[in-house]
Design a protein. Structure first.
Length: 229
């Protein structure tokens, strides 16, 4: 079986054309990035507001838990009936929002109280405290939420191929329908590899965005926690 999978993956004919691996990989990545970007645009401002003001925290917890309990394929199918052609993308956005929202909210609430009090003592306004103190310190958890959302969406995009979205999931489904198990396994390997590479890219972006002082403080905090254990 391993030999058959390698043969399928290394066959140039499987990589060419509209239904080939290259095009479907690009579509898979495009759909996933689009969904997470839209989710970030919606969830980050909302998470910052809720984390900063403390209002709506019950909503964040309840909404996140409810969305995680929903069956992925059932949600995609339901939205397909409502939105038709754009159903899969809407479903991906909806599924990405909870992780980003929770990460943003948790990041703001985890900012050390003494840092916020010091900013208040310096005369900073509420908005200045949010953008200059709370947001920079919240970035590690915020980006963690984005990475979790991307991994979830990457996996869900494969499922969304059932309603005609395309992507690597389409190759997997075609293999299932024709009994070509090496095709199914090859598509699964490519999806996992794409998810790992995307996560590594987001990890690099996170290191660029998070201020060095915040990274050093997080590292020292982690070291102290391990030492106390």
């Amino acid at each position: 079986m391993i030999t058959e999978i390698l043969t399928w993956l290394t066959d140039p004919a499987n990589w060419r054309g509209e239904d080939g691996v290259l095009v479907q990989t690009w579509l898979h990545l495009l759909y996933s990035v689009f969904a997470v970007v839209v989710a970030v645009l919606v969830a980050v401002p909302l998470g910052l507001y809720i984390g900063h003001t403390g209002r709506g925290s019950v909503f964040v917890i309840g909404f996140s838990n409810a969305m995680r309990a929903l069956p992925t394929l059932g949600l995609v199918t339901l939205l397909a009936m409502v939105f038709r052609g754009s159903a899969a993308l809407v479903a991906l956005v909806v599924l990405a929002i909870p992780a980003v929202l929770s990460g943003t909210y948790s990041g703001v609430r985890a900012v050390p109280a003494h840092a916020v009090d010091a900013a208040r003592g310096m005369g900073m306004t509420s908005g200045q405290r949010l953008w200059r103190v709370e947001l920079p310190n919240a970035l590690p958890l915020l980006m963690g939420g984005v990475r979790n959302a991307m991994l979830q969406v990457m996996a869900t995009t494969a499922v969304a191929a059932y309603v005609g979205l395309g992507g690597l999931g389409q190759i997997l489904i075609t293999g299932q329908q024709t009994g070509a198990y090496e095709r199914m396994a090859g598509a699964a390997i490519l999806i996992a590899l794409l998810a790992v590479l995307t996560d590594l890219a987001l990890a690099g972006i996170s290191r660029l965005l998070v201020p060095r002082g915040v990274l050093l403080a997080s590292a020292k905090s982690g070291t102290r926690s391990r030492w106390r254990r």
